[in-house]
Design a protein around this ligand. Structure first.
Ligand code: GRF
Length: 220
């Protein structure tokens, strides 16, 4: 069974979704470790309760990004993972770290990339007035929040939304698409060709999301 290491910095709800998918028999992976750069990350306790090995590496204890990243890579490599999964890991990673894990490092980002890279994505989506927002799972490349896209989920933005309601709607989708992306990876269904991901799986015809919704006659 393929081995994955999950990196977190906080709540860890995406990590929990991966653990739940594994426990439900929908994700055939060995979650060999969860590593956090914050000692107070709630997800550390959740992982430990599930019997997963946890590690805390304090980024503040290192002189710079490269030094922290190299310690982090050393810790990760002790677990010999096939895939490293960033799940709310709030650190920018150095180019050398990213290159070391090229093709086996994935991230989930709470926007429809390439729109809204970086922080505060839901607030920015509201400010821009977009009607459709969402989340993206992608392979990590040295460019921040950029890299071959594996899967995206789109949700409507409602007039009544605030940051909390919109982020909750997106998060529900994150918890569905991340286990799916990891499953495709561990089943060797993903290849990258010219910077684009190809998926060797039977895929259903996607539904169209129009927001705000149109009547059946189209125009009203
Ligand atoms: C998620 O919104 C994820 O997309 C982003 O950080 C958040 C982490 O949430 N990268 P959680 O720790 O998985 O609950």
């Amino acid at each position: 069974m393929k081995r994955i290491v999950i990196l977190i910095s906080g709540r860890g709800s995406n990590m929990e979704a991966l653990i739940a998918a594994r426990d439900a028999g929908n994700l055939p992976v060995n979650i060999v470790a969860v590593i956090s750069n914050r000692v107070d990350a709630e997800g550390l306790e959740t992982a430990a309760k599930s019997g997963i090995t946890t590690h805390f590496i304090n980024h503040k204890a290192f002189a710079g990004r490269e030094a922290f990243d190299s310690r982090l890579a050393q810790c990760i490599d002790e677990f010999a993972p096939d895939l490293v999964v960033l799940a709310g890991f709030m650190r920018i990673l150095s180019d050398s770290f990213v290159r070391h894990y090229e093709g086996r490092l994935i991230n989930i980002h709470p926007s429809l990339l390439p729109s809204f890279p970086g922080l505060h994505t839901h607030q920015r989506a509201l400010e821009e007035g977009v009607r459709i927002h969402g989340c993206t799972v992608h392979f990590v490349t040295p460019a921040l929040d950029h890299g071959p896209v594996i899967i995206q989920a789109a949700v409507p933005v409602l007039d009544s939304d605030d940051e909390a309601s919109l982020s909750a709607r997106v998060l529900r989708q994150e918890h569905l698409v991340y286990p799916q992306a990891v499953r495709w990876f561990v089943e060797d269904k993903l290849t990258i060709e010219n910077g684009r991901v190809r998926i060797a799986a039977e895929l259903a015809e996607p539904a169209v999301l129009v927001s705000p919704v149109l009547t059946s006659s189209g125009i009203r």
